[in-house]
Design a protein around this ligand. Structure first.
Ligand code: SME
Length: 156
Protein backbone atom coordinates (compact mmCIF):
# COMPACT_ATOMS: atom_id res chain seq x y z
CA UNK A 1 0.00 0.00 0.00
CA UNK A 2 1.26 3.47 -0.83
CA UNK A 3 2.23 5.76 2.04
CA UNK A 4 -0.50 8.17 1.06
CA UNK A 5 -3.21 5.52 1.30
CA UNK A 6 -1.91 4.44 4.71
CA UNK A 7 -1.88 8.06 5.89
CA UNK A 8 -5.47 8.54 4.68
CA UNK A 9 -6.66 5.40 6.51
CA UNK A 10 -4.88 6.47 9.73
CA UNK A 11 -6.37 9.96 9.41
CA UNK A 12 -9.83 8.46 8.90
CA UNK A 13 -9.50 6.21 11.96
CA UNK A 14 -8.62 9.29 14.01
CA UNK A 15 -11.66 11.15 12.61
CA UNK A 16 -13.93 8.18 13.39
CA UNK A 17 -12.66 8.19 17.01
CA UNK A 18 -13.53 11.91 17.22
CA UNK A 19 -17.03 11.33 15.77
CA UNK A 20 -17.68 8.42 18.17
CA UNK A 21 -16.64 10.56 21.19
CA UNK A 22 -18.69 13.54 20.01
CA UNK A 23 -21.97 14.88 21.38
CA UNK A 24 -24.47 13.91 18.66
CA UNK A 25 -26.84 10.92 18.68
CA UNK A 26 -25.83 7.46 17.50
CA UNK A 27 -27.54 7.51 14.11
CA UNK A 28 -26.14 10.97 13.38
CA UNK A 29 -22.65 9.69 14.22
CA UNK A 30 -23.07 6.62 12.01
CA UNK A 31 -24.23 8.80 9.14
CA UNK A 32 -21.26 11.14 9.63
CA UNK A 33 -18.93 8.11 9.44
CA UNK A 34 -20.56 7.01 6.14
CA UNK A 35 -20.12 10.53 4.79
CA UNK A 36 -16.48 10.64 5.88
CA UNK A 37 -15.71 7.37 4.08
CA UNK A 38 -17.54 8.31 0.86
CA UNK A 39 -15.77 11.67 0.71
CA UNK A 40 -12.26 10.35 1.33
CA UNK A 41 -12.01 6.97 -0.37
CA UNK A 42 -12.64 7.19 -4.13
CA UNK A 43 -13.58 3.51 -4.54
CA UNK A 44 -16.32 3.65 -1.84
CA UNK A 45 -19.56 4.62 -3.63
CA UNK A 46 -22.29 3.53 -1.21
CA UNK A 47 -21.64 3.22 2.52
CA UNK A 48 -24.23 2.12 5.05
CA UNK A 49 -24.93 0.28 8.27
CA UNK A 50 -27.33 -2.60 8.81
CA UNK A 51 -28.51 -3.60 12.29
CA UNK A 52 -29.35 -7.13 13.41
CA UNK A 53 -33.00 -7.82 14.31
CA UNK A 54 -32.35 -10.91 16.40
CA UNK A 55 -35.98 -11.99 16.79
CA UNK A 56 -36.48 -12.24 13.02
CA UNK A 57 -32.88 -13.18 12.06
CA UNK A 58 -32.86 -10.23 9.68
CA UNK A 59 -30.70 -7.21 8.93
CA UNK A 60 -32.41 -3.82 9.00
CA UNK A 61 -31.02 -0.84 7.09
CA UNK A 62 -29.68 1.95 9.29
CA UNK A 63 -27.87 5.20 8.41
CA UNK A 64 -26.27 5.27 4.97
CA UNK A 65 -24.90 7.66 2.34
CA UNK A 66 -25.42 7.01 -1.37
CA UNK A 67 -28.32 6.18 -3.65
CA UNK A 68 -31.52 5.03 -1.92
CA UNK A 69 -31.33 1.30 -1.17
CA UNK A 70 -34.30 -0.98 -1.83
CA UNK A 71 -33.04 -3.74 0.47
CA UNK A 72 -34.27 -2.38 3.77
CA UNK A 73 -34.64 -5.82 5.41
CA UNK A 74 -32.37 -8.73 4.50
CA UNK A 75 -32.84 -12.23 5.98
CA UNK A 76 -29.68 -13.92 7.33
CA UNK A 77 -28.19 -16.00 4.49
CA UNK A 78 -29.57 -13.80 1.67
CA UNK A 79 -27.22 -11.73 -0.47
CA UNK A 80 -23.71 -10.70 0.45
CA UNK A 81 -24.92 -8.97 3.62
CA UNK A 82 -26.96 -11.95 4.80
CA UNK A 83 -24.10 -14.36 4.10
CA UNK A 84 -21.66 -12.18 6.08
CA UNK A 85 -24.14 -12.18 8.99
CA UNK A 86 -24.28 -15.99 9.00
CA UNK A 87 -20.53 -16.42 8.62
CA UNK A 88 -19.84 -13.67 11.18
CA UNK A 89 -16.80 -12.62 9.19
CA UNK A 90 -15.78 -10.00 6.64
CA UNK A 91 -17.02 -10.88 3.16
CA UNK A 92 -15.31 -9.37 0.10
CA UNK A 93 -16.78 -9.79 -3.39
CA UNK A 94 -14.46 -8.26 -5.98
CA UNK A 95 -16.90 -8.91 -8.85
CA UNK A 96 -20.59 -9.08 -7.94
CA UNK A 97 -21.49 -10.53 -11.38
CA UNK A 98 -19.74 -13.74 -10.25
CA UNK A 99 -21.68 -14.00 -6.96
CA UNK A 100 -24.92 -15.98 -7.31
CA UNK A 101 -26.28 -15.10 -3.88
CA UNK A 102 -26.34 -11.35 -4.46
CA UNK A 103 -29.02 -8.69 -3.99
CA UNK A 104 -28.52 -6.02 -6.64
CA UNK A 105 -29.19 -2.39 -5.74
CA UNK A 106 -27.80 -0.54 -8.74
CA UNK A 107 -26.30 -1.75 -12.04
CA UNK A 108 -23.37 0.58 -11.37
CA UNK A 109 -22.18 -1.57 -8.46
CA UNK A 110 -19.28 -3.85 -9.42
CA UNK A 111 -17.95 -5.01 -6.03
CA UNK A 112 -18.86 -5.06 -2.36
CA UNK A 113 -17.31 -5.52 1.09
CA UNK A 114 -19.26 -6.27 4.27
CA UNK A 115 -17.74 -6.07 7.76
CA UNK A 116 -19.64 -7.39 10.80
CA UNK A 117 -19.96 -5.30 13.96
CA UNK A 118 -19.59 -7.21 17.22
CA UNK A 119 -20.57 -6.45 20.81
CA UNK A 120 -19.71 -8.94 23.56
CA UNK A 121 -18.96 -11.59 20.94
CA UNK A 122 -22.40 -11.19 19.30
CA UNK A 123 -22.95 -9.79 15.81
CA UNK A 124 -25.02 -6.63 16.20
CA UNK A 125 -24.79 -5.17 12.71
CA UNK A 126 -22.67 -4.66 9.64
CA UNK A 127 -20.91 -2.00 7.64
CA UNK A 128 -21.69 -2.45 3.93
CA UNK A 129 -19.70 -0.75 1.15
CA UNK A 130 -20.49 -0.89 -2.58
CA UNK A 131 -17.98 0.16 -5.24
CA UNK A 132 -18.41 1.09 -8.90
CA UNK A 133 -14.89 -0.28 -9.52
CA UNK A 134 -14.00 -3.94 -10.18
CA UNK A 135 -11.61 -5.58 -7.66
CA UNK A 136 -10.86 -2.41 -5.71
CA UNK A 137 -10.59 -3.87 -2.19
CA UNK A 138 -7.15 -4.69 -0.80
CA UNK A 139 -6.05 -6.35 2.41
CA UNK A 140 -5.44 -2.81 3.72
CA UNK A 141 -9.09 -1.90 3.13
CA UNK A 142 -10.15 -4.96 5.11
CA UNK A 143 -7.81 -4.23 8.04
CA UNK A 144 -8.77 -0.54 8.05
CA UNK A 145 -12.52 -1.26 7.98
CA UNK A 146 -12.29 -3.97 10.66
CA UNK A 147 -10.34 -1.57 12.92
CA UNK A 148 -12.96 1.07 12.23
CA UNK A 149 -15.82 -1.27 13.08
CA UNK A 150 -14.19 -2.02 16.45
CA UNK A 151 -14.26 1.71 17.21
CA UNK A 152 -17.86 2.02 15.94
CA UNK A 153 -19.02 -0.87 18.17
CA UNK A 154 -18.29 1.37 21.20
CA UNK A 155 -21.51 3.20 20.24
CA UNK A 156 -23.60 0.13 21.13
N1 SME B 1 -25.85 -6.01 -2.30
C1 SME B 1 -26.25 -6.35 -0.97
C2 SME B 1 -27.58 -5.73 -0.62
C3 SME B 1 -27.47 -4.44 0.07
S1 SME B 1 -27.07 -3.15 -0.93
O1 SME B 1 -25.73 -3.34 -1.49
C4 SME B 1 -27.14 -1.72 -0.13
C5 SME B 1 -26.28 -7.86 -0.79
O2 SME B 1 -26.11 -8.61 -1.75
O3 SME B 1 -26.47 -8.30 0.33
Amino acid sequence: MGKTQKKIFNFLLEKVREIVKGPSGRDEKLRAICQLLIENVPHYDWVGFYFVDRSKKELVLGPFVGEPAEHVRIPFGRGICGQAAERRTTFVVQDVSKEENYLACSPKVKSEIVIPLFKGGEIIGELDIDSHTLSPFTEEDRVFLEDMCKIVSELF
